[in-house]
Design a protein around this ligand. Sequence first.
Ligand code: SF4
Ligand code: MG
Length: 285
Amino acid sequence: MPALDYFRKERLPHIWCPGCGHGAITGALVRAIEKLRIDKNKVVIVSGIGCSSRAVGYLDFDTLHTAHGRALAYATGIKLSRPELHVIVMTGDGDCTAIGGNHFIHAARRNIGITTIIMNNEIYGMTSGQYSPMTPKGMLGTTAPYGNLERPFDLCKLAIASGATYVARGTAYHVPLTIDIIEKALLNPGFSVVEAISGCPTYFGRKNKIGGAVEMLDWIKDSTINVKAAAVLPPEKVAGKVLIGELHSAPEAEYAALYMELIGRVQRRYDDYIGEVRECASNSD
Ligand code: SF4
Ligand code: MG
C-alpha cells in the first residue's frame, strides 16, 4: 500500500470513531496526490478545528493545524510566500461555512491557488452534534432537538457564485469519484473546492436514527446522484437528490501569480527610480 508512505504511522491509530467518513476522504486525497506523483515536499496541508481537521496530524507532509475557521487565512499566507507549493486546506462544514465563512467566500473571489476539501458531515462532530450551516432542514442535532429550522447552504453553488474556478462534490461512499475530482482540483491553478459528503454515525446518524456506519453510507448513496446521470433523467427522478461529480470548471488567472507579477512591476519601477536618482546625483557632481 504505497499510500501508507503519506501517513505518519507513529501517530496512528487515529481518533476518529469507527465508521466515520473522514478516513475515506483523507485516503482519497492521499491517493489523488499519489496518482499525480506530486513531490510530497511540495505539498502543504492546512486545517482548522474539528474532527475533519485532525486529518493533518496523520499526514506526512508539511502540515499546520490552525485556529477555528482560519485555515484559509493561514493557507493564503503560505501561498503568497511560496506560490510554487500545492497548498491544500482540509476543513469541516462548521469550520468552513460558519466560523470561516467569510474567509471562504473571499478566497474564492480572489481565485487564490488553494485546493479546499470540505468534509461535510452536516453537523459539528467534535463538539457532540450541534447543527451547522450545512445541516439539512428538519434534521436533528444536539441544538436542534425538534428539527433544524434553518435552510442549509448549497456549498458548491456558494463557491461558484463567489468565484471559485473548480467546484465538485464527492462523498465518502463514492471514493473513486472523489479521488478523480480531487486530482482535477489539484491541477486547477486557481481556487478549487471539493465538497466531500462525509458520515458522522456517532452524532448525525444516531440523532437522526439513520443507523451505524453502513447505514450512513447507504444514506449518502441514496441521497445523491451523479450530475451526468441527472442530466438525462426526468426532473422527478432527480428531485431532492444532491448532485455529485464535477459541477464547475472555468480556469482563470490565479491570484498569487498576479501578485508576484505586481511585485515584479513595482520592483522594476523602484529600480528605475533609484537609477534616475543616482544619475541626477552624478550629473550634479
Ligand atoms: Fe467522525 Fe462524528 Fe466521530 Fe467526529 S464524532 S470522529 S465526525 S463519527
Ligand atoms: Mg462537521
